[in-house]
Write a protein that binds this ligand. Structure first.
Ligand code: MD3
Ligand code: FE
Length: 223
């Protein structure tokens, strides 16, 4: 696995906005296949489940699971991070090595990620515009890795009324969101069905790596 790492280190970073950098083709074909195999092993321990919206209980179209000491969940009671899978009650599996390497390589944050949210989009799934603010440590960036079908990602600014921009995310692309971009509105408008054969049966998988707790406040899950 030495070569994909060296190749990835070469991938150019495009600054799309302050704090928002885009790394097209960060993972080459071999690294994408390797990460998918790691995700398939994790799914045997922590399968996909369909989260629900708080209050309404309406199911999301995106299926989810997590890796790491903490996982993000959404149900009738609200949004939160928790240490166990909501349907199996088991701890989440370990964060894939490829994802840990991406965190070390793409951001300068001095502590490891605690949560790796894994989203699965079939051809009709979408994710509405939202902010990610359930983490205590908003000084840490979030890193996204895309696998499989291309999506139309849309992002704006820190106000819901700010103008938005569209970006097609392809298999292997990474984005890093930190600093002034950490609280921007963003979502997934659509999946381009049939655009990739990587994920069996089609669809798109997105991993987001997050730091949840503040290392300074003594509530860390790992140091
Ligand atoms: C901007 N996921 O899981 S990844 C999410 O493609 C989420 O599955 C989308 O939004 C997906 O919350 C988008 C890109 C992304 C991830 C985290 C962010 C953009 C972000 C955090 C802050 C701002
Ligand atoms: Fe998000």
């Amino acid at each position: 696995m030495g070569l994909p790492l060296e190749a990835a280190a070469e991938a150019p970073r495009v600054a799309l906005a302050p704090g928002l950098s885009y790394v097209p083709g960060y993972l080459d074909g071999a690294a994408q296949a390797g990460l998918l195999a790691e995700i398939e092993r994790a799914l045997a321990e922590g399968p996909w489940y369909r989260p629900c919206m708080p209050r309404s209980g309406r199911p999301l179209s995106v299926q989810m699971t997590n890796c790491g000491p903490l996982g993000w969940v959404s149900d009738e009671r609200g949004y939160r991070y928790q240490a166990r899978h909501p349907t199996t009650g088991r701890p989440w599996p370990a964060i894939p090595e490829t994802a840990l390497r991406a965190w070390a390589e793409l951001c300068a944050y001095p502590h490891p990620p605690e949560a790796c949210l894994v989203n699965f989009y079939d051809a009709s799934a979408k994710l509405g515009q939202h902010q990610d603010h359930d983490e205590e440590d908003l000084s840490a960036p979030v890193i996204s890795l895309s696998l499989g079908a291309t999506c139309v990602f849309r992002y704006g600014g820190v106000s819901r009324r700010d103008p938005t921009h569209k970006l097609e995310l392809h298999s292997g692309d990474a984005i890093v969101l930190g600093g002034p971009a950490r609280l921007i509105y963003h979502g997934v408008d659509k999946i381009r069905a049939g655009s990739s054969d990587l994920v069996p049966g089609g669809g798109r998988i997105n991993l987001t790596l997050r730091r949840v707790t503040c290392p300074a406040n003594g509530r860390t899950f790992q140091s």
